[in-house]
Design a binder for this molecule. Structure first.
Ligand code: IMP
Length: 426
């Protein structure tokens, strides 16, 4: 059985939760490999509607659900999420937390807010979940990992040295009150006791699953254009949502991944600051936002909406190595008389077909559009590709051609059954 990565191909919020929930019905293991509780994965299934931030979207299946080493975990938020799931009758005993996963600490939350404030009009528009500061500490070798909670004495020693430094920054740079060692220590020891049964050395579990030839899903968070290397830096997140990030954040080598599914919305959205060449500031953008309820799952902020950007899509496909695409929210376009796809950019009087590294250049890029007729027919009840209106099929085919990978799945609504299987994933 295969290992399949399900990745965000745009700026996040593409609908990965729904896809993972659906594929997980047959999977034996689902691994979240990046981000933290900045993610908001919406799942609607027979159990109801859920918004997951840290728990893998496979939790409704029989699969072992693993939070990988590449995720940063706010333990308070994780416990809250687990409690909510349990209250609604969902079994979370199969949840496993990598002992290598880093923790979001109270100073990370504080610093995320203070750093954003100090950026003023250059603010990134982060989710303020402490994600950037937590990943910064990981790389600076100042992080505290889930496994550290299992040895309280060593944890206290480590926390003390890190907190001394953090309190210096908090008081001297930002002029705010220092945080209390005793409070954080006491609180995190409690979290540790609660989470201890789930915290494990996960590479062994993964090795055994691979040896059994288990079906494994790698669940991405955010999207390729928020990658710190290839996204719209510095308006990005702090961990890699790419297929390379999946290898690192789960502990699976590149040769072991069989399929890489890129999840694309049928149009583009972005939340937070940073360039987005196809953004619509008119009534069409507004219509898409309202029809699709494009508001952030984690922060409630309105998402910026725009036409499908095929330059960005081809770039995303290239750096991820997509073997197939999942196109979500096709039904959102049902009412539009005409559609546009961006096939190139005009930059400084020249036509370019690549996604520039410089955000100053990207901000100057004028999209070159190809226009296609809309279908102006309801599609949310359709379950077969051949039954889609001809204009919708043409639109999908064009997205496939321009993105350079075939469509496996098309979603025409938020629930599990509002799905068209175009080609088998496995
Ligand atoms: P951070 O990840 O909270 O540091 O935020 C950095 C940027 O990534 C901001 O523009 C956020 O809006 C964006 N971002 C982070 N997580 C998500 C997500 O799950 N969906 C969409 N955008 C996200």
């Amino acid at each position: 059985m295969p290992v399949i990565a399900v990745l965000g191909a745009q700026w996040g919020d593409e609908g990965k939760g729904k896809v993972v929930d659906q594929l997980a019905a047959e999977a034996r293991m689902v691994i979240r490999f990046s981000g933290g509780d900045n993610a908001g994965h919406t799942v609607i299934n027979a159990h109801g509607e859920f918004k997951l931030h840290l728990v893998p979207s496979g939790i409704f299946s029989q699969a072992t659900c693993l939070i990988g080493n590449g995720v940063v975990i706010n333990p308070a938020r994780l416990i809250e999420e687990v409690d909510q799931l349990n209250k609604r009758g969902i079994d979370t005993s199969r949840l496993v937390i990598s002992d290598r996963a880093h923790l979001v600490m109270p100073y990370h939350l504080l610093l995320d807010g203070l750093e954003e404030e100090s950026r003023a009009d250059r603010a990134i528009g982060t989710t303020k979940r402490g994600i950037g500061p937590a990943f910064t500490d990981k790389v600076a070798r100042m992080g505290i990992r889930a496994g550290d909670l299992l040895d309280q004495k060593a944890f206290r020693y480590r926390l003390q040295s890190v907190l001394d430094y953090k309190n210096t920054i908090l008081t001297r740079v930002y002029g705010v009150s220092p945080l209390s060692l005793e409070e954080i220590y006491g609180q995190y020891c409690q979290y540790g006791e609660r989470l201890a049964p789930h915290i494990k050395e996960t590479t062994t579990l993964i090795r055994e699953a691979l040896a059994r030839d288990d079906y494994i899903l790698l669940e991405g968070a955010q999207g390729a254009l928020l990658d710190p290397d290839f996204g719209t830096y510095p308006y990005t997140t702090s961990s890699s949502p790419l297929s390379g990030g999946a290898c690192l954040g789960a502990g699976i080598n590149p040769k072991q991944i069989d399929r890489i599914l890129g999840v694309f919305k049928a149009y583009c959205t972005r939340v937070g600051s940073g360039p987005m060449p196809t953004e619509l500031h008119d009534e069409v953008g507004q219509a898409i936002r309202e029809r699709a309820h494009e508001y952030g799952t984690t922060t409630g902020r309105p998402r910026r909406c725009g036409w499908f950007d095929a330059v960005a899509a081809a770039f995303s496909s290239q750096i991820n190595g997509f073997t197939g695409m999942v196109i979500t929210r096709l039904d959102v376009l049902d009412t539009l008389p005409g559609l546009k796809i961006c096939t190139g950019y005009r930059l400084n009087g020249k036509t370019i077909d690549y996604f520039p590294a410089s955000i100053a250049d990207l901000e100057k890029c004028q999209p070159i559009y190809e226009e296609l007729p809309g279908w102006q027919t309801e599609t949310s009840h359709i379950r077969e590709f051949a039954r889609l209106p001809a204009e919708a099929r043409r639109y999908v085919n064009r997205l496939e051609e321009l993105s350079g990978c075939p469509a496996n799945i098309i979603c025409v609504g938020p629930s599990r059954e509002q799905t068209i299987q175009v080609r088998p994933v496995i």
